[in-house]
Design a protein around this ligand. Sequence first.
Ligand code: NDP
Ligand code: MG
Length: 381
Amino acid sequence: MTQKVILLGATGSIGLQTADVIREHRELFELTAFSAGRNMEETRKLIEEFKPQAVCVLGEQDAADLRSHYPDLDVLAGQTGLNEIAVYDADVLVSAVTGSIGLEPTLAAIRLGRKIALANKETLVTAGHLVMREARKYGAVILPVDSEHSALFQALNGEKREQATKLILTASGGSFRDRTRNELQGVTVKEALNHPNWSMGAKITIDSATMANKGLEVIEAHVLFDFPYDDIEVLLHRESIIHSMVEFRDTGVMAQLGTPDMRVPIQYALTFPDRLPRRNAARLDLAAIGKLNFQEMDYDRYRALQLAFDAGRAGGTMTTVYNAANEEAVAQFLNERIDFLQIEEIISRAMAAHTPAAAPGLEEILEVDANTRKSVRNMLK
Ligand code: NDP
Ligand code: MG
């Protein structure tokens, strides 16, 4: 039987790789509906190829153009459209938009008890306890797409929670891993966008360079697997071959390895508990790689990572602030309005100004998110 898939963020890096997985297994998956932002060229290509029933785009004019071209297609627009398309008839929602805009549509699908393949980590960072509570309440299964969390999920599979003692997330170090802190002064957007191991969207590539990505992932791991922050460790591993590890109380460690190809964890989230063959995919050749390197994390060098642990330990709305300040700062850096090192400074200042509220509801989270973005913009005036 085919699984009906709704794909949010179809025109992005994860979105297009999800389309690859669906294309490879046409007999199993049907792309029923998808959302895009402003990339109309890819949107049209996806419509022609997959013939979905519904599409959502960001701009009203783009939506009107699509309606006149494809009269049989249900075309939605904007954030309301995103929330509506998420509850279209389907079996699984793949959430691959960037940023906390993914929260509301993901929650809407969770409340229908749908299976969620979650790439959009900002959703779990901004509102982790709420998302997990609703998932439990409505019986929605959340399967991680992020490679580290897919690895942890696989390593934990079949194990008793109390037997696992530590989550070890690996980090490649991002585009600037061979530079000292001083050498980060004045780096350009172009340099920051040049990731050594992975080809990804702009926002997450900058997050990898500041290590805020690993910070978001630490919080994501805490939320998904219910480990205290003291039992989550980050290890520098240049090659991105070990995607993450779990340590157990007998000192045994389970690691998940693979080539750096996001289609593997995307497919696994869609087919779990089954595994399907991947046609023409590169296999992991450890003999050719020869050697894997590991190094202790330097929290002075990567302050955005330390700030994520601080935000997580403070709890409540502090992780909402961490995420929103980072999203706003990265947008400003990409627009060349601030320096690279200002990103972590902005996160730090936003957190210092915030008193976290415990167990916030959706309204409060959206309000803190909006206020944080506003205060960051004010800081820069
Ligand atoms: P991209 O920037 O490549 O894609 C983002 C997608 O979201 C695009 O389809 C884009 O549309 C759409 N989008 C952006 N802004 C809006 C908006 N305001 N409203 C509606 N849609 C919007 O991101 P990635 O694919 O790299 O990342 C997506 C998510 O997955 C992020 O949360 C990231 O952290 C996570 N992730 C990504 C990995 C990767 O390898 N790329 C690995 C692990 C996690 P358009 O382009 O049409 O404007
Ligand atoms: Mg990751």
